[in-house]
Ligand binder design. Structure first.
Ligand code: URP
Ligand code: ZN
Length: 597
């Protein structure tokens, strides 16, 4: 390649991936150290909304030019990408590196996990700081930062768990949002007795998210039902991993998903459903979306790449390796979830990468409720989505980019810094070989865990080169990552993508009182006799204060304490002072347009 000064530059040729021995901890390739000018030449650039044949020129970690026949300075390193796709680095929205969980720690830590992420074409992960019940959220955040910062090989951000509720938690959510780059908080509807919140705590946390311009996330499963089902199954002698799936049927996920949507909508809070595993939960999201609820759905690589039949495998270790929550579902599910990703009812893909090796899973050898929950995925997500989505004809490369990267960047407010190949964006780029194949196996993967739920799957689509903030960290399939090389990416609140509609919506849906002449007739006394027989007929026990707080909601009156108020959907849009009655003609569950704060 001739630079503009005529110097012949170093040229790398993208070719079919070939993996060699993993680099040792802290290995530093000379190629990585001072590489500030890079040209990716001759590839096809794919963004979520367009594809174009273009070169990409990078300087100091930022994309400086996108176009044909670019003039570049001398000393520029060149990657020949002919026949390859040049795509935004993947963003895994859901990981748990080295999570302390169920008495042990996830075996993939922030080093092995993020290095594996890069190997597969993911240049950023979003992990969860999960405080213990009663623990300060801010302290948990700092604890996670102290684990991650020295180890991460790729960029990362943090969601923070609201695992208990108090006013202090609300204040800490504010501090995290305003001072620490956190704009998403996760509430658990399962894990009873540890992280689970009840409905009023969910409402309080949703309201706080709304006030802060943050995104509320939920783990949607009904923890009370799971606890009861688990007790019954164990008493029947069902102690193996199949009990995990049996205790958490699809409707248990769908019920919580619906409840979360209703609760969030009632307080006008945008909602992100983490890890949608069941087709029924996904349908619930679709129904709410079509009623105007601000809800986004994430599924995971394992949900589209494997299924719950493995819980019934005669090998205990194999079955236990598939235990995750919500669980993997029946074999018809991957196809359904992929179609929903394509049409947009689901928008993002994470992995819930939370890995435990066989001996850790064996903590639950006599009781499925003690099997540490979690599967792998951070390394293989891009390939699995490519294979099951694009190669199978269920999505095109643009949609693949949307669901593996761009949508996450938009939802979590880091777009177009991340999730796009454009001038000014971070140079997080994958030179993707759509023709190369590899066979996924625990024997060859980079992850620390000793099992891979995609074992034996042949996938097309291999990350030949991965560039993270302008550094070539994967070269011909070999990872040259360095611990601590990744950066924490702050996420600011009030994402346009999430909150852009909210102000107008709140204004449009604001409740209006009905202007009318004051009632000047007789008023029943609370403890005494009714003043006239006409009034007496309409009175239910006069001692009940309830009587006075429940106004005629369906015929013009607005009473904010009446739980049926919102369901009709009529009151908030009915601005007519004299309308005698409202015909209710809404879908079951009511219109979604009626939330007003
Ligand atoms: O099943 C998994 N991965 N458990 C980890 C915690 C969670 O539910 O996110
Ligand atoms: Zn998780």
């Amino acid at each position: 390649m001739d630079g503009d000064n005529g110097v012949v530059e170093e040229v790398l040729v993208a070719r079919t991936s070939r993996r060699t021995e993993a680099e040792p901890w802290n290995a530093q390739s000379p190629d990585n150290s001072a590489q500030n000018r890079l040209l990716i030449k001759g590839g096809r650039v794919v963004n979520d909304d367009m594809m174009q044949d273009a070169d990409v020129y990078i300087e100091d970690g930022i994309i400086k030019q996108v176009g044909l026949n670019l003039h570049t300075p001398g000393g520029t390193k060149v990657i020949e990408a002919k026949g390859h796709l040049v795509i935004p680095g993947g963003i895994d929205t859901h990981t748990h590196m080295q999570l302390p969980f169920m008495g042990t720690f996830a075996v993939d830590d922030f080093y092995t996990g993020t290095r594996a992420a890069l190997a597969g074409g993911t240049t950023m992960i979003m992990d969860f700081a999960l405080p213990d019940r009663g623990e300060s959220l801010v302290e948990a955040y700092h604890r996670w930062r102290s684990w991650a910062d020295p180890k991460v090989c790729c960029d990362y951000a943090l969601h923070v768990g609201v695992t208990w509720w108090s006013d202090k938690v609300g204040r800490e959510m504010q501090e995290l949002t305003e001072e620490h780059g956190v704009n998403s908080f996760k509430m658990f509807m399962a894990y009873k007795d540890t992280w689970q919140l009840n409905d009023s705590e969910l409402l309080a946390s949703f309201k706080t998210c709304k006030q802060l311009g943050a995104l509320a996330q939920v783990h949607a499963e009904n923890g009370d039902i799971i606890k009861e089902n688990s007790r019954k199954l164990l008493s029947l002698g069902i102690t193996g991993p199949e009990g995990h799936e049996m205790s958490r049927p699809e409707e248990v996920e769908a019920e919580a998903t619906n409840r979360a949507c209703v609760l969030a909508n009632q307080v006008g809070c945008p909602l992100y459903i983490c890890k949608v595993m069941g087709a029924s939960a996904a349908s619930v999201i679709g129904e709410h979306l079509r009623r105007g609820v601000l809800v986004w759905g994430e599924t995971i690589a394992a949900a589209v790449g494997t299924d719950g039949s493995h819980h019934y495998n005669p090998c205990w270790q194999h079955a236990a390796a598939h235990v995750t929550s919500p669980p993997l579902r029946d074999p018809s599910t991957p196809d359904k979830l992929l179609r929903l990703l394509d049409v947009g009812d689901l928008q993002t893909t994470g992995t819930d990468n939370c890995t435990f090796s066989a001996s850790q899973k064996a903590l639950g050898k006599d009781d499925f409720t003690k099997i540490p929950n979690g599967v792998n995925g951070v390394e293989d997500r891009m390939s699995v989505l490519w294979e099951k989505g694009v190669v199978a004809g269920k999505m095109d490369p643009c949609r693949f980019v949307a669901v593996t990267s761009t949508n996450a960047a938009k939802i979590f407010n880091i777009y177009p810094k991340k999730g796009r190949i454009a001038v000014g964006s971070d140079a997080d780029i994958v030179v993707w070989n759509p023709h190369a194949t590899r066979v996924i196996s625990a024997k060859t993967h980079y992850q620390a865990v000793d099992f891979n739920v995609f074992e034996g799957m042949e996938v097309h689509g291999v990350a030949d080169y991965v560039i993270c903030r302008g550094r070539v960290v994967v070269e011909e399939g070999n990872v040259r990552a360095v611990s601590g090389m990744g950066k924490f990416v702050p996420k600011l609140p009030h994402s346009q993508h999430v909150y852009g509609r909210i102000e107008e919506r709140d204004r449009a849906n604001a409740p209006h009182k009905v202007e009318r002449a004051a009632y000047d007739g007789p008023v029943a006394s609370l403890n005494g006799p009714a003043p006239s027989s006409a009034v007496e007929d309409s009175i239910i026990p006069a001692s009940s204060q309830e009587f006075y707080t429940r106004g005629p909601t369906r015929s013009g009156g607005v009473n904010l304490h009446d739980s049926s108020f919102h369901v009709s959907g009529a009151q908030v849009t009915d601005k007519s002072p004299k309308r005698p009655s409202v015909k209710v003609n809404n879908p079951p569950g009511g219109k979604a347009s009626g939330s007003f704060w």
